[in-house]
Write a protein that binds this ligand. Sequence first.
Ligand SMILES: [Zn+2]
Length: 75
Amino acid sequence: MDLPYSLLILAVLLIAMFLAQVILRKRYNFRCADCGHVFSPSALVMKLTPHRFGTKLLKCPQCGKVTWAARMPKS
Ligand SMILES: [Zn+2]
């Protein structure tokens, strides 16, 4: 009889992951490694692009180059 409990845990985890993504997106901008332009990627781009240790593979809207953009806290 532990199935409903497992589902509850799963639901809580999914909500927590969703909230973490929303918070992460609100808190951080990304800085182009090439020209230094700071930009905020869309939610879809955030989901689809690879990331590693505080950086993300993003295309800069300013210079158009794809770089490992550094995550920056929003001021
Ligand atoms: Zn750039």
